[in-house]
Design a protein around this ligand. Sequence first.
Ligand SMILES: Nc1ncnc2c1ncn2[C@@H]1O[C@H](COP(=O)(O)OP(=O)(O)OP(=O)(O)O)[C@@H](O)[C@H]1O
Length: 308
Amino acid sequence: MSNDPAVEIRGLVKRFGTKTAVDGLDLVVPRSAVTAVLGPNGAGKTTTVETCEGYHRPDAGTVRVLGLDPVADAAALRPRVGVMLQSGGVYSGARAEEMLRHMASLYADPLDVGALVERLGLGSCGRTPYRRLSGGQQQRLSLAMAVVGRPELVFLDEPTAGLDPQARRATWELVRELRADGVTVVLTTHHMDEAEQLADEVAVVDAGKVIAHGSPEQLCRGGAENTLRFTGRPGLDLAALLKALPDGTRAAELAPGAYRVTGDVDPQMLATVASWCAQHGVLPDSLSVERHTLEDVFLELTGKELRG
Ligand SMILES: Nc1ncnc2c1ncn2[C@@H]1O[C@H](COP(=O)(O)OP(=O)(O)OP(=O)(O)O)[C@@H](O)[C@H]1O
């Protein structure tokens, strides 16, 4: 049973009036791993996650969470799934630690509340009413509430948005520990470094669909071209070099003696360039391969223009 996916979304469509927020989205989330959902503003990430949490009924398609229907089986899922919403969902007059203790009391085997409060840096504001907490403190409290019941699966919607670097690191540590404990984590984020640091799998959502899916390494390797740079004698015959390289490779001398080769840079290409240099008596002063970052891939997939 535990080999079944934690979340299985097939052909999900969700409309709000005439607006199609999610437009035939497919996503399979493996268990005991961290899946990051990335996408431009308005791509449909929150709507998708909220549908998995049972807040919306799909207009078409199916959603299964731990093998169950998030709406029809909401009661069965509640003790097994932790949810951190993008904005509160919390009674604003309640005190931070009281709320967390109350939440913990609803579960059979909760985490130690005191320890959780300490590690998320909420110790000094435990008696503060929710509405008087800073944005970052509210955020950390929501995270604590999502994980206190030791869920099998947690949904974290932009868990580190607006957090200071210390709180961000503390959140990352907590996510890593959840994963080490076998918890499935689905998080949305606009921070590419966060996805690179935490995610086993990344799904890029655009206009209501998943347009790319894989490990950060797979996406960085497959999605974008890479670059090889070397420096050597000026005026090398790049047309001759290109003949030795796969079709579609490009080469340029950017400044006298500074060369850039762009294309599918793999170990074979590196060997070919090095041996071509050797045949021409060129000893490069430097030779480096630049891997594309997840941000490069993301921008390549979703475009560089701002969306309306
Ligand atoms: N309750 C709603 N009523 C009407 N339109 C909505 C509603 N919720 C979301 N939308 C619209 O659906 C689209 C997808 O929104 P969603 O919040 O899922 O995107 P997102 O990828 O989470 O964006 P962001 O990165 O900005 O949080 C947007 O155009 C949004 O305006």
